[in-house]
Design a protein around this ligand. Structure first.
Ligand SMILES: [Zn+2]
Length: 148
């Protein structure tokens, strides 16, 4: 559980080169109280944003993902929560690693991985908190290795 005090605090989670791409929505009410991670989709659907606590440093990190065109054949697979779905649900999200390099991950386009895992845990009896932690660990690993 963490708290984001203001729109400025939210933007400060992102790297300076990403900030101009981040569009908070009018419906956000600060402070935001967040359980696992915070995600939202730009109204046009072109971008998905993610703010999560890095498991190593505890610092909040923000990633501005762009949705890329679907490629290859269905079904698609989310590397973070292991859901399978159509190209409308799962696809390639890319982020700028630097000004010249982009990195991508195949994931749920709306990043509602934890919600899906919660449904799964209700069916299988797996520990939902444990599954959520696993997703945040993978997010941290991805962001540390490729972006921050
Ligand atoms: Zn997922």
């Amino acid at each position: 559980m963490f708290r984001i005090e203001s729109e400025k605090a939210l933007l400060d989670c992102f790297r300076p080169i990403d900030r101009s791409t981040v569009a908070p929505t009018k419906s956000m009410e600060f402070p935001l109280y967040v359980r696992d991670y915070f995600t939202w989709v730009e109204p046009s659907g072109a971008r998905t944003y993610l703010v999560f606590p890095d498991t190593a440093s505890g610092k909040l990190l923000g990633v501005s993902f762009r949705r890329d065109q679907p490629r290859g054949a269905s079904p698609y697979f989310c590397e973070w929560c292991h859901s399978v779905g159509s190209s409308a649900e799962i696809g390639l999200l890319t982020a700028d690693a630097s000004e010249r390099r982009r990195v991508g991950i195949s994931a749920c386009l709306d990043l509602r991985c934890v919600d899906k895992l919660e449904t799964r845990s209700n069916l299988t009896g797996e520990n939902a908190r444990h599954l959520a932690r696993g997703v945040i660990e993978k997010m941290s690993e991805f962001a540390r290795k490729s972006i921050f």
